[in-house]
Design a protein around this ligand. Sequence first.
Ligand code: ZN
Length: 129
Amino acid sequence: MQKIRKSDEEWRAVLTPDQYAVARKKATERAFTGKYVESHEPGIYRCVCCGNPVFASASKYDSGSGWPSFTAPAGQESVETHSDGSHFMQRTEVVCARCDAHLTAQAPKACAIASTPARSTSRNRTRSD
Ligand SMILES: [Zn+2]
């Protein structure tokens, strides 16, 4: 997969301040404030930065944590995981395989969403190749 590399300035220009903070700076949304926590709409969650399909709504489950949670990525090459041993507990960070956007950290209360669902019926449907 072709990697997308942009500077902080370039990302800041295309993202909202909240998206930028979560996706590029690994800020964590406050629990139960995310747009998609209660969403059960079918579709594909795409990386907010590059449009890469990262999670399918079919794998979304109610974790009770206040953050959207998924049991599996949309595809094998959708996401990459990075181990983060710098904290007292081992965390696995999930990032977009294409642009390294922070998607979730699979640790207690450290899960942030940086994706937007794209409805299959959307007229703005984009093809990914
Ligand atoms: Zn991405």
